[in-house]
Design a protein around this ligand. Structure first.
Ligand code: 5AD
Ligand code: SF4
Length: 445
């Protein structure tokens, strides 16, 4: 009988992409999908290591799942548990030590081996070599459909920010070939995709090459890749995430200016507005450089909106340093942002610094920054009230005849319609704003 599987995903879009690939790979290999982890023969946890909260959530789920597995075994039923993702890569031995019910620990660049491991019942538990080349070429054609899809174009990071585990969990920067990405994008578009989000831990350092007609090697960076993909007629929107401020070049700014398919929204994490902290974080830019870059982009690309990530309470962050972050936020005016309390991660240089910020101060700073960022988001969103905007509809809403889509700036929009809107880009008049999403009505197609 076919074995069933279920994948639970923690963390970022790169993990979502990997989970989808594992799903496709297992279906391709004759496995069938289960409704949830408990009902599966193969329970797969695709883990995140970026902050302590994410990895602790996984360990507590694993605890529950392993008790379930033990009970199943008592009834003579079998279950295999596979732990993949960044916790698997960073602390595979720890996973096995903490929970002996785990069958396989598979790092993000070894997931292509999962069907074989399951079929051959390998004795080797931990699989964590860095095998990016083999990974992407092992996946079958995607069978999933959807108006908005994602493609990992780059994996790993060479920046080594002092707080971050990514260089250790995803390895060195690796860019997929242009041909491979183009073929994948074409397939997604043929399956109904109108928007593609290009993913990478450091997508702005994407770097590959093609050979032109005279067999000369031509370097392809992110802007050129966006340009190439925009030649797919049915592809209407291109996005990319996440970028590093040091990698944004004039080519990319120009591409935003000239390529209407490239959405005017840039997620550009600054992390802190204090030069002292930025230096300690090894971010390789100053707050002045960041603000100048934002101003340059705003000048060149008139409707560009920005979002960012912030870490509050990095070791040694004083009230004055934190105030500098708040001042930077005022200067930039972000459309939306994510903010996190600093979380020491094993193996990172920052985790060795003694000068930790106490929990009450961390909480106070997080509340303060989130209040400011929410206010900015509200102000940004209010500028759209009573205006018309293009919305790409991707999903059904919670209510009857309701559809949900996104503006070019990623704001969710809810609209009622008696005909199916999924897979359409329509002009919508924005009528109302509730917390962070819009409600509107159709104006035209
Ligand atoms: N603590 C808190 N936040 C972190 N991030 C990365 N590492 C840590 C950490 N150790 C945040 C950064 C990054 C986002 C993906 O997660 O803001 O941009
Ligand atoms: Fe982590 Fe991003 Fe810094 Fe790379 S650039 S180390 S992924 S925070």
């Amino acid at each position: 009988m076919d074995q069933s599987f279920f994948v639970k995903t923690y963390g970022c879009q790169m993990n979502q992409y990997d989970s989808e690939k594992i799903d496709e790979l297992l279906v391709h290999n004759g496995f069938k999908k289960a409704k949830n982890l408990e009902m599966s023969d193969v329970a797969i946890l695709n883990t995140c290591h970026i902050r302590e909260k994410a990895s602790e959530k996984f360990y507590s789920d694993l605890g529950r799942l392993s008790i379930f597995k033990k009970n199943k075994e008592k009834l003579g039923e079998k279950m295999q548990i596979v732990v993949m993702g960044c916790v698997a890569q960073a602390e595979g031995h720890e996973v096995i030590k903490r929970n002996s019910m785990v069958d396989y620990v598979v790092g993000p660049q070894n997931i292509q081996s999962i069907p074989k491991l399951l079929k051959t019942k390998s004795n080797e538990t931990i699989h964590t070599s860095f095998l990016c080349d083999q990974k992407f070429s092992s996946f079958p054609k995607s069978y999933h459909e959807g108006a908005s899809r994602q493609i990992t174009i780059q994996e790993g990071c060479d920046k080594f920010c002092s707080f971050c585990v990514v260089p250790y969990t995803r390895g060195n920067e690796y860019s997929r070939s242009v041909e491979e990405i183009y073929v994948e994008a074409k397939n997604l578009v043929e399956n109904g995709a109108m928007e593609i989000n290009l993913l990478g831990q450091n997508v702005s350092s994407y770097n590959s090459h093609v050979f032109d007609k005279s067999k000369k090697k031509k370097l392809i960076n992110l802007s050129k890749l966006c340009n190439i993909l925009s030649s797919l007629p049915k592809l209407k929107r291109i996005r990319y995430i996440t970028s590093h401020p040091s990698d944004i070049n004039d080519d990319l700014i120009l591409e935003h200016k000239n390529n209407k398919k490239l959405m005017p929204y840039l997620h550009l994490p600054v992390q802190s507005g204090s030069n002292k902290i930025l230096k300690k974080m090894n971010r390789k830019y100053s707050k002045e450089k960041y603000i100048n870059l934002i101003n340059k982009i705003k000048y060149e690309v008139k409707n560009m909106a920005f979002s960012s990530d912030f870490i509050v309470g990095y070791p040694g962050e004083t009230d004055d340093d934190f105030q500098e972050t708040l001042d930077l936020i005022d200067k930039v005016a972000f459309a939306s942002s994510y903010s996190f309390k600093y979380s020491p991660r094993p193996g990172t240089p920052a985790s060795l610094i003694e000068d930790k910020i106490d929990e009450p101060t961390l909480n106070k700073r997080l509340n303060k920054i989130q209040k400011k960022l929410n206010e900015q988001q509200q102000i940004f969103n209010e500028t759209f009230l009573d205006k018309e905007i293009d919305v790409l509809f991707t999903n059904l809403g919670k209510k009857n005849n309701q559809f949900v889509g996104r503006t070019p700036f990623l704001q969710p929009v809810h609209v009622f319609s008696s005909s199916d809107l999924v897979g359409k880009i329509l002009k919508i008049k924005i009528e109302r704003l509730t917390s962070f999403s819009f409600h509107g009505k159709i104006l035209s197609s």
